[in-house]
Design a protein around this ligand. Structure first.
Ligand code: GAR
Length: 208
């Protein structure tokens, strides 16, 4: 059984897709050990509580400096003895020490087709604003392993979504969530839980 920690900052629709995926058995061999938010007001924490999952807030505001916050985050994940850390809209830079301990065991969902519209400063609606500004006809989402760069780790799954003429950033965000994020994040977790994903020479290999 793959024990996962899901880290969130906001609404938690990707978390909900994971919770639903486990109960619908689209994700097998997986349990959510804990949901961790940096934001005490994140609706994602409510979603976790409603599903009977431990929900914890670790906020940088509660620590005198960043290194103590980073340490608390790592300690919490280790306390729950998890096999995989899932970043589902977690808008905090992951401490390097955590990446060292959990090499190729942290995944992230990003709301574009990496390497477009990613890296420092590209998160949430900003990604969709940039895509519309550039006038791309396709965008989408990417699930990738987290390395020490920003959105640079090995890509696990991607799904393209059409951009339409009258899209606003909010409309495009919603379509990408529905048609891509809520599908590829659960699928990636299920594949990892069932031993189908490995990393070789910085690239993901998927076996059936
Ligand atoms: C999602 O669109 C996710 O892809 C994005 O934040 C949103 C969180 O929504 N993540 C990033 O931009 C990371 N760079 P949710 O809380 O409803 O899952």
């Amino acid at each position: 059984m793959l024990r996962i920690a899901v880290m969130v900052s906001g609404g938690g629709t990707n978390l909900q897709a994971i919770i639903d995926g486990i109960s619908d058995k689209n994700i097998t061999n997986t349990e959510i050990a804990v949901v961790i938010s940096n934001n005490a007001n994140a609706f994602a924490l409510k979603r976790a509580e409603n599903a009977g999952i431990d929900a914890v807030c670790i906020s940088p505001k509660d620590y005198p400096d960043r290194s103590l916050f980073n340490e608390a985050l790592l300690n919490k994940v280790q306390e729950y003895n998890v096999d995989l850390i899932v970043l589902a809209g977690f808008l905090v830079v992951i401490p390097e020490a955590m990446i060292d301990v959990y090499e190729n065991r942290i995944i992230n969902i990003h709301p574009s087709l990496i390497p477009s519209f990613c890296g420092t400063g590209y998160y949430g609606l900003k990604v969709h604003e940039a895509a519309l500004r550039r006038g791309v006809k396709l965008s989408g989402a990417t699930v990738h392993f987290v390395d020490k760069g920003t959105d640079t780790g090995p890509i696990i799954l991607q799904k393209a979504v059409e951009v339409l003429e009258d899209d606003t950033p909010e409309i495009l965000q919603q379509r990408i969530m529905e048609q891509a994020e809520w599908q590829i994040m659960p699928r990636a977790i299920d594949m990892i839980a069932n031993g189908k994903v490995s990393v070789e020479n910085g690239k993901v290999i998927i076996t059936d």
